[in-house]
Design a protein around this ligand. Structure first.
Ligand code: FAD
Length: 275
């Protein structure tokens, strides 16, 4: 079991990891591809102290190299759900499973609003993981909604196990609705209805309250206090996911505070309860 699991490998998550590692905590950074970080998309950064006129991609590469050199482990993939276990948390990442005493969410600004019908049918035909759920739909027709860089690979996996894939990238359709009686029966894409048994949705991120039900939100922002603590004990959040300003320095600062708070939380767990 790790001391701290960090979901999101952008500036906030990496700063949280470095901070916790410097406090002698074991850390894993669970993250989608670096290309999915906002930072990777920035052509030129000129407001980060000490690193003038650098591309976002180069800055992110050096952040990742720094975290690896400091002992952070990386698990590539999308975290799809978090399960609280009393004094620890389980995080599902595709077919992998990570357990940690504390969590830091550095998942970036939530652009994952969710389609009409999506939330209602999670577990009833809506899935975010081809390798976890694909076999249930072998020899059936499924839809793939491709909004992240790994979607084609996931669709290929579904085809390889015998699913008939109706593939929607952003060129093919922009608006989606998922419909059915008690489980998924159709996807409606730009007004056209397609009968399918399941809808696999691949986004760089998952809506925060889909990832952790009961997480306190203000709109799409995760609500935190000055210690970056959320409403769930042991869960901290940092960076763009807690709101503006959407800037690298602020994300790193938030990550630093979240890393300190998560480390203190882990230390407090180890102390015997006072009577
Ligand atoms: C084009 C552009 C230019 C910019 N220019 C500047 C600039 O010049 N200066 C500046 O200060 N800021 C700039 N920014 C903003 C800056 O990039 C962000 O504020 C910063 O990257 C936020 O860091 P973050 O760690 O909070 O989120 P992100 O960098 O978005 O990282 C979040 C990471 O978490 C991953 N993730 C999310 N959900 C999951 C999940 N469920 N499982 C696994 N991984 C997950 C995402 O894929 C992503 O890799 C720019 C942004 C853009 C888009």
């Amino acid at each position: 079991m790790y001391d701290v699991a960090i979901i999101g490998g952008g500036p906030a998550g990496i700063s949280a990891a470095l901070t916790a590692l410097h406090r002698n905590k074991s850390c894993v950074i669970i993250s989608s591809a670096p290309e999915d970080s906002m930072l990777f998309k920035a052509e030129l950064i000129d407001n980060y102290p000490g690193l003038p006129a650098i591309t976002g991609a180069d800055m992110l590469r050096s952040f990742i190299a720094h975290a690896k050199a400091s002992g952070a482990e990386f698990l590539d993939g999308r975290a799809t759900s978090v399960m609280p276990y009393g004094t620890s948390f389980g995080v599902a990442v595709g077919n992998d499973f990570v357990e940690a005493k504390a969590l830091v969410l550095g998942i970036g600004a939530s652009r994952a609003k969710g389609f009409p019908g999506e939330k209602e049918f999670i577990g009833y035909g809506v899935s975010y993981c081809a390798t976890c759920d694909g076999m249930l739909y072998r020899n059936k027709k499924v839809a793939v909604v491709a909004l992240s860089s790994d979607a084609e690979e996931e669709a290929e996996f579904l085809r390889s196990i015998g699913c008939e894939v109706e593939y929607f990238d952003s060129k093919r359709a922009k608006k989606f609705e998922i419909t059915g009686e008690s489980r998924v029966e159709h996807i409606v894409a730009d007004g056209v209805s397609y009968p399918v048994s399941a809808v696999f949705i691949f986004r760089p991120s998952i809506a925060p309250d889909t990832l952790i039900p009961d997480l306190g939100l203000d709109g799409s922002k995760i609500v935190v206090d000055a210690d970056m603590a959320t409403n769930i004990p042991g869960v901290f959040a940092a960076g763009d996911c807690i709101g503006a300003p959407y800037q690298i320095s602020k994300a790193c600062g938030d990550g630093n505070v979240a890393g300190i708070s998560a480390s203190r939380y882990v230390e407090a767990l180890a102390k015997p309860a006072e009577v």
